[in-house]
Design a protein around this ligand. Structure first.
Ligand SMILES: C[S@@+](CC[C@H](N)C(=O)[O-])C[C@H]1O[C@@H](n2cnc3c(N)ncnc32)[C@H](O)[C@@H]1O
Length: 382
């Protein structure tokens, strides 16, 4: 199939590239290069399996098969037809093509994906007399087409479902933070893992769960499946050996450092269920509390890492500014020596928080929440 090692590309949300780059380096993967939207690296077969199971901030890992200038759909069809697809799949397998297209002669992603699918299927019909069928939700082989400024990169997607899907989110919260973004927030906060961490607007508990896993190197993808398991050269034994090697548990001492609360009872129940599903239910118990009365644990000062409500409806902003200011005042009164990492989309809300804590110096890490530009504001209290 592939001539291993390959040059793989891990995609991520905008702004997350430096954290993903660091993760790949920490995992000992070679030739790591960050670009916009992801990080390239060199991967043997076991590196690719390991990266899929371990990476916390990546969305998917692609293995490019074809790169070509493409100005119209005929050129795309021809370029795709120049690859010998029998190397990568059989006509008995199913396929799906996910395409994203911008600033190119081809303007519709769905049309581009249909042309790729036609080129692959037509080649099988011509050579073997049989064609693979499309399965958009659970294909055996998933293709990814990236077409930007008339330059096409066609890859096999080794991940399948997005890597942010860890399997612990038992129900969808009303304002979810993606698991990979939550993990990036923990990395960007610089929480060292051995002092308390408090999230007083915990929602479904994503920040706390990702922090616990990060502190002890728990690989986030141990209970899920990956698209590479449908590839012709999949090595099931290698995969299980690697997965066993990656198993870790989070000790009680770390879990007892993480304090989660929320004012909404249903959020507290959901967080408790997600924590249990993540295998962390022994010591991490979210509680029902108002963030404006947050209690910080005794002992060494720690980190507040949190994602309060942003508010998208008109009229909410004033109310939220009051909440952020009051929360800031509470943190100022109980949080001497603590660090705060506050994630929000609205600079006026961060300013209200800053006014409340009375700390003018801060630094900011720009990140995206889906397509919404946001900032992680970092403060240190004297
Ligand atoms: C943006 S959501 C947090 C999402 C969370 N990071 C997650 O991953 O699910 C904001 C949360 O703040 C909670 N909240 C709003 N006002 C609050 C207050 N005064 N005290 C505590 N929690 C509050 C809401 O119930 C909601 O769960």
């Amino acid at each position: 199939m592939f001539d291993w090692p390959v040059r793989a590309f891990a995609t991520c949300g905008k702004g997350i590239e430096p954290f993903l780059e660091q993760e790949l380096k920490d995992a000992g993967l070679p030739e790591v290069t960050a670009t916009s939207g992801g990080v390239a690296f060199k991967a043997s077969q076991s590196d690719l399996y390991r990266a899929n199971m371990c990476l916390r901030t990546a969305i998917r890992i692609l293995v490019p098969v074809l790169e070509a200038p493409v100005h119209n759909s005929d050129e795309l069809y021809e370029a795709v037809g120049s690859v010998d697809w029998s190397r990568y799949m059989t006509p008995d397998q199913t396929l799906a093509v996910d395409a994203n297209v911008r600033d190119s002669g081809i303007t519709h992603s769905q049309y581009a994906s249909r042309r790729v699918k036609d080129a692959v299927c037509d080649q099988f019909v011509q050579k073997i007399g049989r064609r693979p069928y499309v399965n958009p939700t659970q294909p055996s082989v998933a293709f990814n087409l990236h077409l930007a400024r008339n330059h096409a990169i066609l890859s096999l997607d080794s991940s399948g479902a997005s890597l942010h899907k860890r399997g612990y989110r038992v129900a969808q919260p009303p304002a979810p933070l993606s698991e990979s973004l939550a993990s990036a927030l923990v990395a960007a906060s610089k929480w060292p893992g051995n002092v308390p961490l408090v999230d007083p607007f915990c929602g479904s508990g994503t920040i706390g769960i990702e922090a616990a896993w990060r502190a002890h190197g728990v690989a986030p993808g141990l209970t899920r499946t990956f698209a590479f398991q449908g590839w012709r050269d999949y090595r099931a034994e290698l995969f299980s050996v690697l997965r066993e090697r990656l198993r870790r548990t989070v000790p009680h001492e770390t879990l007892s450092l993480i304090h989660l609360s929320d004012m909404d009872e249903s959020a507290v129940s959901l967080a408790a269920a997600c924590i249990r599903a993540a295998g962390l239910g022994r010591r991490m118990k979210p509680i029902h509390a108002d963030a404006c009365h947050v209690r910080l644990p005794a002992g060494p000062p720690g980190w507040i890492i949190t994602n309060p409500p942003f508010g998208e409806r008109l009229g909410e902003a004033r109310e939220l500014r009051g909440l952020y200011k009051q929360f800031g005042e509470r943190v100022a009164s109980v949080g001497a020596g603590w660090n705060v990492a506050l994630f929000t989309s609205d600079a006026s809300l961060a300013a209200a928080f800053g006014q409340g804590i009375g700390v003018s110096s801060h630094d900011r890490v720009p990140l995206f929440h889906g397509s919404l530009p946001c900032v992680l504001w970092r403060y240190s209290l004297a």
